[in-house]
Design a protein around this ligand. Structure first.
Ligand code: URA
Length: 247
């Protein structure tokens, strides 16, 4: 059924109707690829694709999950090699969720899954600098000099990496466990950074997005995120309104 665009945006949880009108005037909303700045246009959401800041608007109830991904799963929605996919770990979730960012097949740890494109966009946008924390077990004992190099940034694939925060958590025989905090999310970023300074990764786990920690979640299990959890990702301030999720 056709409805006014601002009403549809409010129904989808993007913003209040008044705020949605502002977004339309600002040219942030498009219908079937064309920016609409006129208020009151009637649209049938079954027939048209509405986007907000380039992200398709969905009308399903939004859900936000934190999964402890085990190693041995891919974060794509299907796999041409028939490997297990993270979505197989979900039970009774009817919404079509997707992972926010990626984790390698052999990396374990925190993975947010949602059907809200905005959350994904904000977490990955460099402007919000959402830190991701990793625990990396590497071969050998990295010297203070190498750690400082990584912290300042090194050249990888022709680009300088952004500053990182690194600390040694423990030494075991001929391996070291490091904590790395970075906000970049390039493919195999942590593995490449550590291999570049001569300490290849043997095991990698993401422990947090911002201040949202895995805590005592068991491998392969997930939990629903609250407003409070989402605030932790952005250090207290969520950059947009989430609808209908508990505090
Ligand atoms: N960096 C990596 O190298 N791999 C991951 O899965 C995540 C970050």
């Amino acid at each position: 059924m056709a409805e006014r665009l601002q009403k549809l945006l409010a129904q989808a949880g993007i913003a209040s109707r008044r705020k949605a009108e502002e977004f339309i005037r600002e040219g942030r909303v498009a219908v079937d690829g064309k920016v609409v700045t006129e208020l009151g246009l009637k649209i049938d959401p079954e027939q048209s694709v509405i986007t907000f800041d380039g992200v398709p608007v969905t009308f399903e109830e939004k859900i936000y999950l934190l999964l402890y991904k085990p190693a041995g799963y891919v974060t794509t929605l299907s796999d041409t090699h028939g490997r297990p996919i993270v979505i197989d770990l979900l039970q009774n979730i009817s919404q079509r969720v997707f992972p926010v960012g990626r984790l390698d097949f052999d990396t374990e740890g925190a993975l947010i899954l949602t059907n809200d494109g905005r959350l994904s966009q904000y977490i990955q946008h460099p402007r919000y600098e959402v830190n991701k924390t990793y625990e990396a077990t590497v071969t050998g004992i990295p010297s203070g000099k190498k750690i400082r190099q990584l912290e300042r940034g090194i050249i990888l694939d022709g680009h300088k990496t952004w500053p990182a925060k690194i600390r040694i958590l423990k030494h075991k025989k001929d391996t070291t466990v490091l904590e790395l905090i970075i906000h970049e999310g390039k493919k195999r970023q942590v593995r490449k950074m550590l291999a570049a300074v001569g300490h290849p990764v043997k095991k990698l786990k993401r422990t947090a997005y911002g201040n949202l920690q895995l805590e005592n979640l068991q491998q392969g299990k997930y939990r629903f995120l609250s407003q409070k959890d989402l605030k932790k990702i952005f250090s207290g301030k969520i950059p947009f309104t989430f609808s209908k999720i508990p505090d």
